[in-house]
Structure formats: structure tokens, C-alpha cells
Ligand binder design. Structure first.
Ligand SMILES: Cc1cc2nc3c(=O)[nH]c(=O)nc-3n(C[C@H](O)[C@H](O)[C@H](O)COP(=O)(O)OP(=O)(O)OC[C@H]3O[C@@H](n4cnc5c(N)ncnc54)[C@H](O)[C@@H]3O)c2cc1C
Length: 549
């Protein structure tokens, strides 16, 4: 197709944009993962959502929400504190869409059965492809729910407003709103990973104790989505580090003393506001017992870590789909790019990586669904959440760069999506426990909970005897588990992730994906960059599977 608008030249050989697509129907890897993890009954719901958000109009909302960054109003017209953030309407539209779809709460809705967490995860994965910044408060709202439940008096008040599918962006007390969103603040300037170094203090207003009012005094160096209606805040109480629910409005209806100092000027994640904040004896309510802060907030962090993997896997999928679409529509030296063997090899390698990321992230949502009924699934969740969070989010940045290069120069400019995907990738690895912290977490699980590794390895061992390279890696990981140390924990975590992906493909197929994945990822026979798969792999079949025509 050619479009002539100038008398200087004709515009041709430019692929159609990848939009007006169904993000579920067109993604075989996602569909297979959803079925494998027991959510086939949600296929129609996911198909409708994939079609709804794959339109050019919704992709355009994603662009607008990032081009028009949020603005902080610290003071109002006459110099009084305002502490509000203004977003572009596109951001609110995306929030509304995600909340309508239940990405913020579906796993915890009444009647949520087996498959619900998987379906919700698949929606998160798809929405991350369209716009990943607004997903931050959506993820936090979802993840905060189990921590709220620790304190029934707080849960009774807040959960009815969380569990609606209504988005209400107004700045009002929660009692006047149709729906609320929730954030969290753990990270202080002197330490994010080491939350024990938190200096923010909490003192009781009256007798103190679970559910009671406290004054919170201190700061957080990162607190994203400051227009949420309440935040889980870690602060030092007399009994030790504790978690508090700190709302934007006090029960009296007055604005709470939460002062935003600055919004971060970030590499990416531009539609999302991330603030530096001070609490000036702000009103908060204690969740659970004093001193249980880390344990109670970890309930939340384990869920946000799954979402980091879903988010990066979604971004990888979008980068891949964009790249394959481009290569199918672009000719170089009179031949379509996708058919040029050196390019087919790159795309096939990316396709393998993307499908593995999808399979692993959705596998975690399946484990979340089944943890209450299966000891092995609960073990999988404990050991493999840090493994998969580490691996998938680490693979994202390099992946998005390679997909960008498929576009040549057009990949590097801001008129397309590739630059945004590239900038949005690294944050999923950094927040909610940075890479090394995840690997140390794996060591912690191994030390405290040896049964978790035993049960997970039992699952992997069930596939022994099918593929010799898989068997070799299985034996290596079993051996390494016995000698795990801080110095080697990254290598062990990587191998566990690759073994887990190989196990999924070996068990469920298709065989050519399993064989290609094992040959290229478990043997050392691939090169260091994408496009270096060992000989004998059907690269065309991998690309066809990645984006059926
Ligand atoms: C865009 C964005 C939004 C964010 N939003 C929020 C939010 O809403 N709420 C919130 O609470 N936080 C938020 N954060 C903060 C984020 O969670 C922290 O930055 C992160 O946890 C790391 O903490 P830190 O920055 O203090 O780094 P540090 O804790 O100083 O870590 C620095 C490095 O040391 C490594 N490391 C840590 N411990 C060890 C060890 N024992 N051995 C070896 N290496 C180690 C880490 O892996 C990391 O690479 C956000 C961050 C970003 C970038």
C-alpha cells in the first residue's frame, strides 16, 4: 500500500501499525498458559478484554498518558497545602478500564474460584502491553487486599470500596467515593531493601494496639501513585516495625497531614506519579500487632512480585508482536524482512524468550489460585515467586532493545511504542525487591523451608527421561541446591527459572517449542545475543506461532 502526500516522494514500504488486534486471541502462548493453569472457563471474558483493549483508540490512550506526565500541586492558589496530582484524562480512562475489568481486585471478589487469579493475571499481562504506568496503583490495590484482611476492623471499612469495579478519581473522603485505590510506602532515603533502617515513627493516639489510631511522623523516599486513597506505611512503633493504613483523609473528613515534596523525574514509567513524601503526625491505623510490620507487608510484596513478572512478560510480548508485525511489512533488498534467515533467527529467539516469560508468569498465578488446596502449589509459590520475578524482569530490558532494533531507526524514535517499552522495562526488576534481593530470597526459602525445594524439584523430576539436556540441567540444579551460597545465588536462580520454563514446555508442548527452548537455554549451545539459536531449530514455525497471520 502506498500513500502519496508530497510532491517530493511517495511513502511506501512502511508496515501497518500493530493495533486493532485482539491481544488474547492472537497470542497462542498466552492462551495455552491460561488453559494449562486451569482458567479455560474464562476464555470468553479474556477474549472480549483482549479485543476491547487492542484497538488503536486504547493504544492512543497509552501514548497520551505517557506524553502528558502527571503534575504535582504542592500548594494551592493562595499558598495553602494542596498535595494533589493532576493526570491527563487518558490516565483516568486507563484506570477506569483496568478497574472495570477487575485487575485491581478480581482474585479476591466474592465467588472467585479456581482460575480467577489466572484470568486476572492474564488481563494484567494484556493491559501492561497497552500502558504499564497506570498498572502500578492497580497492582498495589490488588496486593494490599490480603494485608488489609489481617485487621478485620479496617477490612470491614475499606474492602467494600476496594472490591467495587468503580473508578472514582475525585479527591474526597472514602466514605463519599464509589471506589478507592491503595498504595504503599516502605522505601526511605537511607534504605529501601533494608526496611529495618526505617526512621519513620508511629506513636499511639490513645491506648494503641491493632486497629487503633497512631500519629505517623517521618518520610518515604519513594511512594508511587500518591492520589491513591490510602497507603500501607511502615513505621517504627514502640513494639518494633509495624504497618499502618494511612488514608488521605482523616475519619473526621479533614485532609490528612501527608505532604508531597516532589515527583520523581524517572527514566520511564512516565504516566505514573512517584512521590517523595513527608508525614507530619499523619493519622494512621495499626494493622495487626506492633512489630509484625515486615511479616504483614510481605503478604503484599509477594503479590506485587508476581505482577512484576506479569508486567515484564506483557511488555516482552508487546515488543515481540510489534517486531514481528514490522518484519512482515518491511522489505529490505527486495525481500520481506521476516523471511530473511538472519532476521527469522532473531525473531524466533525472541519468540522463545517471550513465550517462556509468559508461561512462567502465568504459572505463578496458577500456583496462587491453587495454593490453598495443594501443598506442592504452595511450595511452588514460595520458592518460585522470587525466582520468576528475578528472571523475567531481568530478561526484559535486553529483550526490548533487540525488538527495538528490528525496526531499525524507527525503533529509536518516539513516534512508535518501542522507546516507551524499553524505558518501562527496568523498573519491574528494581522495585519490589531488586534482582540480587530476589536471589537472596531464594536462599532464604531454601534455608527456612527445605520442603519447598523438595516439592518443586519433585515436579521437575516427573519429566525426567524425556530429554537428555533437561536431565543434565535437572541434576545440576539438584546439586547446586545443596551448595547454594550468596556468591552463586544468581546462577542458581537463573537455572531454576530456565528449568521451570523447560518443564512447562516439556509437559504441555508443543514439542518443537520445548526442544528449541531446551537446546538453546539449557545447554550453552546458543550465543550471547538473540538470533544465535543452535542449528536444527524450526525458526519459521516459532515466528508463525508467535504471531499467527
Ligand atoms: C519508579 C519507582 C517507583 C517506586 N515506588 C515505590 C513505592 O510506591 N513504594 C515504595 O515503598 N517503594 C517504591 N520504590 C522503591 C523501590 O522499591 C526501591 O528502590 C527498591 O526496593 C530498592 O531499594 P533502594 O532504592 O533503597 O536500594 P538499596 O536497598 O540500597 O539497594 C541497592 C542495590 O543493592 C542490592 N542489595 C540489597 N541488599 C543486598 C545484599 N544483602 N547483598 C547484595 N546486594 C544487595 C539491591 O539488589 C540493589 O541492586 C519505587 C522505585 C522506583 C524506581
Amino acid at each position: 500500500m502506498s500513500i502519496s502526500q508530497f510532491d517530493t516522494h511517495e511513502i511506501f514500504n512502511q508496515p501497518r501499525p500493530f493495533e486493532d488486534v485482539n491481544l488474547f486471541e492472537g497470542d497462542i502462548g498466552l492462551r495455552d498458559a491460561v488453559t494449562r493453569e486451569g482458567a479455560a472457563s474464562h476464555a470468553a471474558e479474556l477474549d472480549a478484554f483482549g479485543s476491547q483493549i487492542g484497538t488503536s483508540e486504547i493504544f492512543e490512550l497509552g501514548r497520551q498518558a505517557n506524553v502528558h506526565k502527571p503534575d504535582l500541586n504542592t500548594l494551592d492558589r493562595i499558598g495553602q497545602r494542596s498535595d494533589t496530582v493532576e493526570f491527563h484524562p487518558a490516565y483516568h480512562d486507563l484506570m477506569r478500564l483496568s478497574i472495570k475489568a477487575g485487575i485491581h481486585a478480581q482474585s479476591f471478589e466474592e465467588g472467585a474460584g479456581i482460575g480467577t487469579a489466572v484470568a486476572r493475571g492474564a488481563k494484567h499481562f494484556m493491559m501492561s502491553q497497552v500502558e504499564s504506568g497506570h498498572i502500578c496503583p492497580i497492582t498495589m490495590t490488588h496486593a494490599v487486599i490480603p494485608t488489609l484482611k489481617i485487621q478485620p476492623s479496617i477490612a470491614e471499612t475499606w474492602l467494600p470500596k476496594v472490591l467495587t469495579r468503580e473508578y472514582d478519581e475525585s479527591f474526597r473522603p472514602m466514605t463519599e467515593k464509589s471506589g478507592v485505590t491503595l498504595g504503599m510506602g516502605m522505601t526511605e532515603a537511607q534504605g529501601g531493601t533494608d526496611v529495618r533502617s526505617n526512621t519513620t515513627r508511629a506513636g499511639p493516639v490513645g491506648d494503641g494496639g491493632p486497629g487503633q489510631a497512631y500519629h505517623i511522623h517521618g518520610h518515604k523516599w519513594f511512594m508511587s501513585a500518591p492520589m491513591c486513597d490510602a497507603f500501607l506505611i511502615l513505621a517504627q512503633a514502640a513494639g518494633g516495625l509495624s504497618v499502618f493504613l494511612v488514608p488521605r483523609f482523616k475519619p473526621s473528613g479533614e485532609v490528612n497531614a501527608i505532604h508531597f515534596m516532589r515527583l520523581k523525574d524517572k527514566l520511564g514509567n512516565s504516566s505514573n506519579a512517584s512521590s517523595e513524601v513527608q508525614f507530619h503526625d499523619a493519622y494512621g491505623e495499626l494493622i495487626g500487632e506492633e512489630g509484625r510490620g515486615i511479616a504483614n507487608i510481605m503478604v503484599m510484596a509477594n503479590l506485587t512480585r508476581i505482577d512484576c513478572a506479569l508486567g515484564s512478560a506483557g511488555l516482552m510480548r508487546q515488543a515481540l508482536a510489534q517486531a514481528v508485525n514490522h518484519a512482515r511489512g518491511r522489505r529490505v533488498y527486495q525481500k520481506t524482512l521476516v523471511d530473511q534467515p538472519a532476521m527469522t533467527a532473531v525473531l524466533a529467539d525472541l519468540a522463545l524468550e517471550s513465550e517462556a516469560a509468559t508461561a512462567l508468569a502465568i504459572r505463578l498465578t496458577g500456583a496462587h489460585d491453587r495454593q490453598a488446596t495443594s501443598e506442592r502449589e504452595a511450595a511452588y509459590l514460595r520458592l518460585m515467586t522470587p525466582v520468576i520475578k528475578y528472571w523475567v524482569t531481568k530478561r526484559g530490558p535486553g529483550f526490548s532493545y533487540e525488538a527495538m532494533e528490528v525496526f531499525g531507526g524507527n525503533g529509536y524514535v518516539e513516534t512508535g511504542m518501542m522507546g516507551r517499552i524499553y524505558r518501562d522495562m527496568p523498573v519491574n526488576a528494581i522495585w519490589e525487591g531488586s534482582g540480587t534481593v530476589m536471589c537472596l530470597d531464594v536462599l532464604r526459602v531454601l534455608a527456612r523451608d527445605p520442603d519447598a525445594a523438595r516439592l518443586v524439584m519433585e515436579e521437575f523430576a516427573e519429566l525426567k527421561g524425556v530429554n537428555p539436556d533437561y536431565d543434565t540441567m535437572l541434576a545440576k540444579v539438584a546439586d547446586d541446591l545443596a551448595h547454594a551460597s550468596e556468591a552463586t545465588c544468581r546462577r542458581l536462580t537463573e537455572d531454576l527459572a530456565k528449568l521451570a520454563a523447560a518443564a512447562i514446555f516439556l509437559k504441555s508442548g508443543p514439542d518443537f517449542v520445548a526442544e528449541a527452548y531446551i537446546a538453546s537455554r539449557l545447554t550453552g549451545r546458543s550465543g550471547d545475543c538473540y538470533g544465535t539459536l543452535p542449528e536444527g531449530i524450526d525458526t519459521r514455525a516459532l515466528v508463525e506461532r508467535a504471531l499467527p497471520i
